[in-house]
Design a protein around this ligand. Structure first.
Ligand code: G1P
Ligand code: ZN
Length: 566
């Protein structure tokens, strides 16, 4: 073997205009990364360049990915570029796989300056699927907009990148690998780690594992079924739920990470986790859950496939928060939800006199509140739930939280949910997604809609469908002023709030990889105890009609219906 130090090269490149990170990093079709020369290199260099050289030199960074197609290729390039950009140590998941929550946990554990997460979350994988790159900062959470804007600016003017083309790491072997580089005094270190162990150590200190083990594997144990959908979470589910908490092997399905997620969308909802739903309907399991590709999302099901809406899920966890030892010790500082998430959480916050924050979509807004010690528990309607133990949403944490509630209350998921609605009222909730809509048509519709609803004459207007009459209380384009640092985020979604607390929200997605996705969120509030058990789609039909009428969405986009209803 040749021991001469590895060459560090600076190579010329030309910028791309379209590397603006969305709500969750840069997401594109795999072929874009493969076919556009240096597309990956440019973005990675822009990430490194966005970090002040003094902070970057000799620093530790974490790299993880959900294991999708192109993950290993990208890690190979990132390692070569990290070394050439002065990073001292890279901590990488075994085989290059690390769930998003585990990346957050590992960044915090190693006091890294940040991390790169290679995931397109719940989007399909494989050569024809999506790939994504997200940058997290030292708090373990997604970079704030000031940082992502800086990355974008750098990507628009980039002229060269630094790389050690001969450097190659072995992702399959745990432990340290050292490399001597030309013109560098210290060797560059790569550490391949067992992130499952780090994550397990963390959750062991949050939940009462003895009580969970008793419920899951003791006498009269309950039966659970968890679907990792061939994403990154499989090894975590196996190790923590099966090996440590004693669940039988049939509790865990699709736990081998696959580059194409077995050809399915690794998306934990009723459409894509249909297999789990079918199994749950059979009635032999008491509790079910599915996770997305990178393990930050979760869907909770009860026996016979009883569906827990994610907006309700976070509200139930809040209402039962002291079932979780972590909160018994740390206390509860505040709750938060993204603006489109139903207001179910607000009602628990109000009843328990805890501060409630309403933030724009995306986890990064929660991170600031958590760092300032103002937030303990939060959630999004898009199957995201989490707490201040890390700075990402955390699918497995949500499952352990629900199991803790079951262990304390000894009731079924359905009974817990129904009692909750009787006590707090029910927020019926649905989301309509119109995917791959023409971008200009979508933007123009949003602009016209904004003009229409912010007009003074709009407040007070009544909309009637059948017997139901909804009167507008107020409407706006949601704007958020961060209570910690005062940053203002504008244009975060159009909202119409009715006098009875019901809401209609319109938003353009920030995570799509092609064209535009229009989302309509319908949140209908009902306190009549006789009505809280009715079917959500039936209960919301009038509000849906109103939402479509006001926006003229079908006319404007040429669509006759949504691509997905959640
Ligand atoms: C979607 C969800 C949002 C979530 C984000 C990242 O973003 O709606 O709640 O934070 O994915 O997982 P969107 O496509 O709506 O911008
Ligand atoms: Zn995800």
């Amino acid at each position: 073997m040749d021991d001469s130090p590895l060459q560090v090269l600076t190579l010329p490149t030309a910028p791309y205009p379209d590397q603006r990170p969305g709500s969750s990093g840069l997401r594109r079709k795999v072929f874009v990364f493969q076919s556009k020369r240096n597309y990956l290199h440019n973005f990675i260099q822009s990430i490194f360049s966005s970090i002040d050289l003094r902070d970057r030199q000799g620093s530790t960074m974490v790299v993880g990915g959900d294991g999708r197609y192109f993950n290993r290729t990208a890690i190979g390039v990132i390692v070569q570029m990290a070394a050439a950009n002065g990073v001292g140590r890279l901590v990488i998941g075994h085989h290059g796989i690390m769930s998003t929550p585990a990346v957050s946990c590992v960044i915090r554990k190693y006091k890294a300056i940040g991390g790169i997460v290679l995931t397109a979350s719940h989007n399909p994988g494989g050569p024809d699927g999506d790939f994504g790159i997200k940058f997290n900062t030292s708090n373990g959470g997604p970079a704030q907009e000031t940082v992502t804007n800086k990355i974008f600016q750098l990507s628009r003017t980039i002229e060269e990148f630094a790389i050690c083309p001969e450097l190659s790491v072995d992702l399959a072997t745990l432990g340290k690998q050292m490399f001597d580089l030309e013109n560098k005094f210290k060797p560059f270190t790569v550490e391949i780690v067992d992130s499952v162990e780090s994550y397990a150590n963390m959750v062991r200190n949050i939940f009462d594992f003895a009580a969970l083990k008793e419920m899951l594997s003791g006498e009269n144990h309950i039966k659970i079924r968890l679907d990792a959908m061939h994403g990154a979470l499989g090894p975590y589910v196996k190790r923590i739920l099966c090996e440590e908490l004693g669940c039988p092997a049939n509790s865990a399905m699709n736990c081998v990470p696959l580059e194409d997620f077995g050809g399915q969308y690794p998306d934990p909802n009723l459409t894509h986790a249909a297999d789990l739903m079918d199994t749950m309907r059979g009635g032999q399991y008491d509790f079910g859950a599915a996770f997305d590709g990178d393990g930050d999302r979760n869907m909770i099901l009860g026996k016979h496939g009883f569906f827990v809406n994610p907006s309700d899920s976070v509200a139930v966890i809040a209402a039962n928060i002291f079932s979780i030892p972590y909160f018994q010790h740390s206390g509860v500082r505040g709750y938060a939800r993204s603006m489109p998430t139903s207001t179910a959480l607000d009602r628990v916050a109000k009843a328990t006199k805890i501060e409630l924050y309403e933030t724009p979509t995306g986890w990064k807004f929660f991170g600031n509140l958590m760092d300032a010690g103002r937030l303990s528990l939060c959630g999004e309607e898009s199957f995201g739930t989490g707490s201040d133990h890390i700075r990402e949403k955390d699918g497995l944490w949500a499952v352990l939280a629900w199991l803790s509630i079951l262990a304390t209350r000894r009731q079924s998921v359905e009974d817990i949910m129904k009692e909750h609605w009787q006590k707090f009222g029910r927020n019926f909730y649905t989301r309509y997604d119109y995917e791959e809509v023409d971008l200009d048509a979508a933007c123009e519709m949003m602009e016209d809609l904004e003009m229409f609803i912010v007009d003074k004459s709009f407040a007070g207007q009544r909309f009637a469908v059948g017997e139901k009459v909804y009167q507008v209380e107020r409407a706006d384009n949601f704007e958020y002023s961060d209570p910690v640092d005062g940053t203002i985020s504008r244009n975060q979604g159009l909202r119409i709030i009715f006098c009875d607390g019901s809401r209609i929200i319109y938003r353009l997605s920030g995570t799509g990889s092609t064209r535009a996705t229009v989302r309509i969120y319908i949140d209908g509030y009902e306190t009549d105890p006789d009505k809280v058990f009715q079917d959500p789609q039936a209960m919301l039909a009038s509000l849906v009609t109103i939402a479509l009428k006001i926006s003229q969405l079908h006319n404007r986009t040429g669509r006759s219906g949504p691509s997905v209803i959640t």
